[in-house]
Design a protein around this ligand. Structure first.
Ligand code: AHG
Ligand code: MN
Ligand code: MN
Length: 335
């Protein structure tokens, strides 16, 4: 493959003209994320060595314990984006409210807002299993030069201009889309450079992996229970394989490469499931669709949901097209 050795930096420059508004700002923003990803990668890699494991003692807005690495990743991403002066606002899963940047300085007319899940799958840190970072980028809808507003963040996912994730796995990869397909870059840790290793990533149309926390089975709605039973039935190419890491980023990444479906349904105890629409579901849904997959929230397309709150949760089903369509058939029986 002729472009195996292309670096992320080269790729960003080459593809800059793809963007609808090609002022170079979005390129700078992706570059800032690239830098932050390397910094966080360094921290994640040494997590087992230094005293950054364990709870930080705080709880985030969802009432969950924060690990120290969550706090650190949050700080690194926010600081990198602030330093580069390229965004007007940031919302993070780890912050109660959105952050306004340069609102006092009329010389800064930044157009973009970034939403991040700085460390996804944090329960896996202590056990040396893959974690990730998820990001989502929108153009603000309020006038430039004025302080960013909540409505700039509460845009439906179909308005995203870019989205992606970093998976800190056996290799560290940065995977993103700007609406022209999905490309994956692998970090060479020896020299700190990301290389284009997975050009034009595509979900296989069919898959044989289902990913769901089956421990919650008893609480799931009948449509989801029936679909899980369908996956387990001995017929045709079934039973399917069950794989669940507990890091959305890693589960999604595997399913995109191998073909599969990820499910985080609502249940009788969590009415909207667990995953956050803005920080997790929308960016993953944008990537999924760009890679030929589908993402639904139960009844309809995730990307068309109008958000009402920053930390809103929503049921999430995402993956290979034909698997999601089959699941939809089961869900529709009970609506
Ligand atoms: P986070 O670490 O950012 O809070 O996200 C964890 C999420 C997601 O990554 C994962 O798929 C899911 O929680 C796992 O939840 P369960 O442990 O309930 O299965
Ligand atoms: Mn997460
Ligand atoms: Mn998180």
């Amino acid at each position: 493959m002729h472009n195996r050795t292309k670096t992320l930096g080269e790729f960003i420059i080459e593809n800059q003209t793809d963007f609808q508004y090609s002022t170079g700002e979005l390129s700078k923003l992706i570059n800032a994320i690239r830098l932050a990803a390397k910094v966080v990668n360094h921290e994640v890699n040494k997590a087992g060595l230094v005293d950054i494991l364990g709870d930080a003692g705080d709880t985030n807005i969802q009432g969950e314990d924060q690990k120290k690495l969550d706090v650190l990743a949050n700080e690194k991403f926010i600081q990198t984006l602030k330093n580069r002066e390229i965004v007007c606002g940031i919302a993070s899963e780890e912050e109660d409210d959105f952050i306004t940047i340069n609102s006092q300085d009329e010389n800064h007319n930044n157009k973009y807002v970034v939403l991040i899940d700085p460390l996804d799958g944090s329960s896996n840190i202590d056990v040396n299993v893959s974690v990730g970072t998820i990001f989502s980028i929108y153009r603000r809808i309020t006038p430039v030069g004025t302080p960013v507003q909540l409505e700039d963040f509460l845009q439906p996912g179909n308005q995203q201009v870019a989205a992606g994730y970093v998976v800190y796995g056996t290799s560290t990869m940065l995977v993103y889309t700007t609406g022209n397909g999905v490309n994956g870059f692998t970090l060479n840790p020896a020299i700190g450079t990301f290389y284009l290793s997975h050009p034009n990533m595509q979900f296989p149309e069919d898959g044989r992996i289902y990913s769901v926390n089956e421990g919650n089975y008893v609480h799931f709605h009948q449509g989801v229970k029936d679909y899980i039973k369908y996956c387990q039935k001995e017929e045709g190419d079934r039973p399917y394989t069950s794989r669940y890491i507990g890091s959305l980023v890693s589960d999604f990444h595997r399913n995109m490469i191998k073909g599969g479906i990820y499910m985080y349904p609502k249940s009788s105890v969590t009415n909207n499931g667990k995953l956050r629409l803005l920080y997790e579901c929308n960016p993953m849904a944008f990537l999924a669709e760009q890679a030929g997959g589908l993402a639904i929230g139960g009844k309809s397309r995730i990307l068309d949901v109008q958000p009402t709150e920053l930390h809103q949760r929503i049921p999430f089903f995402c993956g290979s097209k034909n698997m999601v369509l089959k699941l939809q058939e089961f869900l529709d029986k009970y609506h």
